[in-house]
Ligand binder design. Structure first.
Ligand SMILES: [Zn+2]
Length: 255
């Protein structure tokens, strides 16, 4: 269980919530869950700006390589995407609801261009299917509840303050994808790579590389990616087993 959820439950169970606070927390969480997309995307802008300020962005060979790949996909993929490379030893990638995608340099070091295309296709899948939006909405609701537990007054008008949005990091954002969401994002990756005429097996080889790393010395580098993207082994096997069926099915869908 996510530590933050655990803390919230422990506080609630231990009786530290008075009725009024509990009711306000519930209202705030509901506001986040029911807020319109525009309202939520305003928060995303703040979160991505904070993330950008806290990370080193590559403007050299990594950026050139990723932009070359992204530009090919942009030719047919609907939506706006803004892909940035963070210089990091960590092996990771994630997408924000507004189409902002971050790829870590260490991930690029272990993948070839086809596999990198599969990763970008997968992350775009999370944006297209609104997985990232749902996840962010949930994170805002949870942060709002946490804010109440910590005892600060929290007027509705100040709902989207940096105190609530600030803690919503990518780490938090990506912890709620279900296996079904992952399967659908993998299928989106298959659609992207096959549209580009690449060998669709690259979607499976990425996952197989992750599984290999899971059992090796570099596990610490990939820990967060595993937490947010479970079942790499099952997903790789599914793609290997059903690749022709999945490709047929994917080709019927629109981008
Ligand atoms: Zn995913």
């Amino acid at each position: 269980m996510n530590d933050k959820i655990k803390n919230i439950l422990v506080t609630a169970i231990s009786g530290n919530w008075d009725k009024e606070k509990l009711s306000m927390a519930k209202d705030s969480a509901l506001s986040a869950l029911l807020a319109d997309d525009e309202f939520i995307l305003d928060g995303v802008k703040e979160s991505t700006a904070l993330e950008l300020a806290e990370n080193e962005v590559d403007h050299g060979k990594y950026e050139q390589r990723i932009q070359r790949i992204v530009n090919r996909i942009k030719g047919f993929q609907e939506g706006k995407y803004n892909v940035t490379v963070f210089v990091s030893d960590e092996i990771n990638a994630h997408a924000w609801p507004d189409g902002t995608i971050r790829v870590f340099s260490a991930l690029m070091d272990i993948l070839n261009d086809d596999e990198l295309t599969a990763i970008i296709g997968h992350e775009m899948g999370h944006v297209v299917h609104h997985d990232a939006l749902k996840s962010y909405r949930y994170a805002v609701g949870l942060e709002a509840v946490k804010f109440f537990i910590e005892g600060a007054p929290f007027p509705r008008t100040a709902f989207m303050t940096s105190k609530v949005i600030g803690p919503i990091t990518s780490n938090y954002l990506n912890t709620h994808y279900s296996r079904k969401q992952e399967y659908l994002a993998d299928e989106h990756a298959l659609k992207v790579v096959s549209r580009l005429g690449l060998n669709p097996e690259c979607v499976a080889t990425v996952l197989e590389k992750f599984v290999e790393l899971e059992h090796g010395e570099s596990f610490h580098k990939i820990k967060r990616l595993f937490a947010s993207h479970p079942d790499s082994d099952k997903r790789a096997k599914r793609i290997r087993k059903d690749i022709s069926k999945l490709l047929n099915y994917c080709s019927d869908e629109e981008f």
